[in-house]
Design a protein around this ligand. Sequence first.
Ligand SMILES: [Zn+2]
Length: 268
Amino acid sequence: MQQWQIEILRCPFDRARLDVKEEQMQCVECQRTFPVVGGVPSFVLPDLATAHEREEWLRKQSEIQARDMQASQYDHLLGLVLMSPVEARMTLRALRGKAGQFAALAEIGCGTGRMLRHFAALADFVIGVDFSLQSLQLCRQRMQQAGILEKVMLIHADACFLPLADEMLDAVASCQLVEHLPSDRLRRQVLAEMARVLKAGGRYAVSGYHWSWLTRWSGAKQGMHQGGIYYYRFTRNEFYELVSAHLPVESLRSVLGYVWLASGSKEA
Ligand SMILES: [Zn+2]
């Protein structure tokens, strides 16, 4: 494990520092141990259940299972194949703002790396967080093939309990993650976590399902995707309110009527 990686990792339960050993990390406070699985430090422990309502926890477990199972097909979903080039271009522009190159950037909910490979061009060090270990293993292969694994750290963690230190990142992004959090409380917690790990003046971009004429035609405001993945579609006001409760919204626009994209800088 490289020095910059050790510097930024924290226990997700109490945010204390971690002692790095061969195949695991240990919290210096609570003494919990976290394994490193195939190069990926793993912070998704059963203990996290106690910080959730029963229904929230069950829905999260159902999504983890579905994401693990669907990981190898994810990048071939037709909607994503069609939308990804436009989404990537808009998200990168929104995230960058007037900033140049970032030192450290994290994507929360990186999945198999659909967007992470684009973000990697913007920063010296890149962190990808996801709670599907299968997706992360595919993401790791993809980063290796792209020749950028050296500057990428993938972390198996829950987006509501980021194992990252306060205010160490210059940029944080999250693409189509927040709509899958199974309660309003957890959606807010993800935004609070993103704001916490971002430096003052750091840039963010966050996207989530748009409840638009297009998506009205093809589905419900909230429900379940195939395989047991919960989703919620936001009105403009709902999305604005969710993000602006934690981070100042400079720009809020729709990407093809499919997702909202909010961006801005944390107060300096
Ligand atoms: Zn701890």
